[in-house]
Design a protein. Structure first.
Length: 159
């Protein structure tokens, strides 16, 4: 767990102004191992950070989105490539600005995420559809700086 990195912020700002860098009120990150319990760890971390930032009322939507993004990263984020030694396969970043909260999940895959047109009766395939419904916007981009992989983000307006 850490609070010193905002590596995704500069990348996101170039694509869409999600937060004003001058108004960044908080940043926190968590490296996650490639294990199923990482989804719960990500949710618990998100709850703790939102409580610290006095945004507990946002947890239901943000927690759901974080769960979906981390699950997708764990399921699809290796892109069939061997793990990079010393690098966590998945990392969650939470960034708080004056008006926006951004959740960003890094993984090692270069594959473009896409919303499935899953049937309502299907058990899977609806993760990004839920992200689309519960956030104010989402997107993705390559990690950059010579790092393999991508970052998938979702933003939430703060009242």
């Amino acid at each position: 767990m850490g609070t010193d990195g905002v590596s995704v912020l500069a990348q996101l700002e170039r694509r869409a102004p999600l937060t004003d860098p001058g108004s960044l009120a908080g940043a926190a990150s968590l490296r996650l191992p490639a294990r199923l319990e990482s989804v719960r760890s990500a949710r618990d971390f998100t709850r703790d950070i939102l409580n610290t930032w006095r945004l507990a009322a946002q947890f239901d939507a943000v927690g759901l989105v974080v769960s979906e993004l981390v699950t997708n990263a764990l399921r699809h984020g290796s892109d069939g490539c061997p793990p990079i030694p010393g690098v966590s396969p998945v990392e969650l970043e939470l960034l708080r600005g004056r008006r926006r909260l951004v959740c960003a999940v890094h993984d090692q895959s270069t594959a473009e995420p896409h919303v499935n047109d899953a049937d309502i009766s299907d058990e899977g395939g609806r993760g990004l559809r839920l992200v689309e419904c519960f956030s104010d916007g989402w997107g993705w981009r390559e990690r950059g700086n010579g790092l393999r992989g991508k970052v998938v983000w979702a933003s939430f307006r703060l009242d």
